[in-house]
Design a protein around this ligand. Structure first.
Ligand SMILES: Cc1cc2nc3c(=O)[nH]c(=O)nc-3n(C[C@H](O)[C@H](O)[C@H](O)COP(=O)(O)O)c2cc1C
Length: 371
């Protein structure tokens, strides 16, 4: 290669390197394409350094002016991001509905030290119990924090833990700058309302434009989320093609345990079964049951459930709500006006009788979640 050609090649390489550097610089500033997942990846030390370098209160920043009741419609530069924490997967689908309906970006907060199943067995002095009771607890977030500079609106999703947002949400708010941005909290819980969980986040980001928090029941549908989003006057994408059937929501079965034998029952589609799921999602129960009429074991529930009574001819394996406050497991047939809660699909009368035994028996009812 002669000198002239070699110089030309060197010049070309230098120019290419300059262009790559320039593009990388733009990438750091440019918002992600709408509707993308903003990954929290890489070395968590970055998250730590952000925590240290950014003050807990952002009093120096000025909030942008906004009308009280509406959010500025999405502009070319302003974007919407959904940031959420979801340990057992109930808040996650709601976050995804918001992302899809608004063509927003999405970012899942995950703990640097993941919460194991034992860590979240609440009321056992588990890790989550201790963190929630400790005002200074700030569990570390895994990976880098999202750059929020190009977003005007942040939907912030979390589960209710002991009436409040999990402490990792506190870590998040103390680590990013949401001054002047509209923050819309939403949460799921077994039964508790949003309560003071949102107000208690305000002091962590006092210069954000906080909207009221909203609590959703587990299993809230895309349509319900779509309805809720309407009030915010944000650009909703044309998602008519997407219906609930496309979405895989976590489902659960009723687990019935007696004398060491376990049965799985599919829930009925009624408000009584939904209420039972919500109750058992907070806590498994053990019911002292006794025989009645040589066809069922029956015992008192610790709470009332809504009734959907109708005339039912029972079969072995039916799990029935009687008078709104008693639960029965049928091992034989009967006909009465009451509410079916669930049905054990694969157990014979003999198997049920063997497990439930003669006379009184303690039966544990709990939930098992799957995809
Ligand atoms: C540590 C802990 C505490 C909880 N405290 C409450 C509570 O106070 N009230 C309530 O209704 N549900 C409570 N729950 C249930 C969760 O709020 C509920 O299952 C929620 O939908 C979980 O959301 P996720 O699956 O997105 O993590 C608690 C769950 C855990 C793990």
């Amino acid at each position: 290669m002669n000198l002239e050609k070699r110089c030309f090649k060197v010049l070309c390489l230098a120019l290419a390197a300059l262009m790559i550097l320039a593009l990388a610089g733009c990438g750091a500033q440019k918002p992600a394409e709408p509707g993308t997942d903003v990954e929290l990846t890489g070395d968590a030390s970055h998250a730590e350094s952000q925590t240290e370098s950014q003050p807990v209160s952002q009093k120096d920043s000025q909030p942008v002016s906004q009308t009280e009741n509406s959010i500025e419609p999405q502009t070319e530069t302003g974007g919407v991001i959904v940031v959420y924490f979801s340990r057992t997967g109930h808040t996650k689908p709601l976050a995804e509905y918001i992302k899809e309906e608004l063509d927003a970006d999405i970012c899942e907060i995950e703990a640097k030290v993941p919460y194991t199943d034992d860590d979240i067995k609440y009321y056992t002095d588990c890790r989550a119990d201790r963190e929630q009771a400790d005002p200074s607890a700030r569990p570390e977030i895994a990976g880098e924090l999202p750059d929020l500079s190009n977003y005007d609106t942040v939907f912030l999703g979390y589960p209710i833990w002991h009436g409040q947002a999990p402490k990792i949400i506190y870590t998040f708010l103390e680590s990013v700058d949401v001054s002047g941005k509209t923050v819309i909290p939403f949460c799921t819980s077994a039964s508790s309302p949003v309560g003071s969980s949102t107000e208690n986040l305000h002091s962590l980001a006092p210069n954000a434009e906080w909207r009221d928090g909203t609590r959703f029941a587990i299993g809230t549908t895309r349509e319900e989320i779509k309805e809720w989003l309407k009030q915010f006057d944000l650009k909703v994408t044309d998602n008519d093609m997407k219906d609930d059937s496309e979405i895989i929501r976590p489902s659960c079965v009723l687990v019935i345990e007696a004398n060491g034998k376990i049965f799985y029952a599919d829930f009925e589609d009624n408000s009584s079964a939904e209420a039972l799921k919500e109750k058992l999602n907070s806590e498994a129960i053990t019911v002292d049951m006794h025989d009645y009429g040589s066809f069922e074991k029956v015992g008192a529930l610790p709470w009332e459930l809504p009734r959907n009574d109708t005339q039912i001819a029972t079969e072995p394996g039916d799990v029935i709500l009687y008078q709104g406050n008693q639960i029965t497991v049928y091992y034989d047939t009967n006909s009465w006006n009451f509410t079916r809660l669930a049905r054990i699909g694969n157990a014979t009368k003999e198997e049920l009788l063997t497990a439930l035994g003669d006379g009184d028996v303690s039966v544990k009812f709990s939930l098992e979640w799957g995809e």
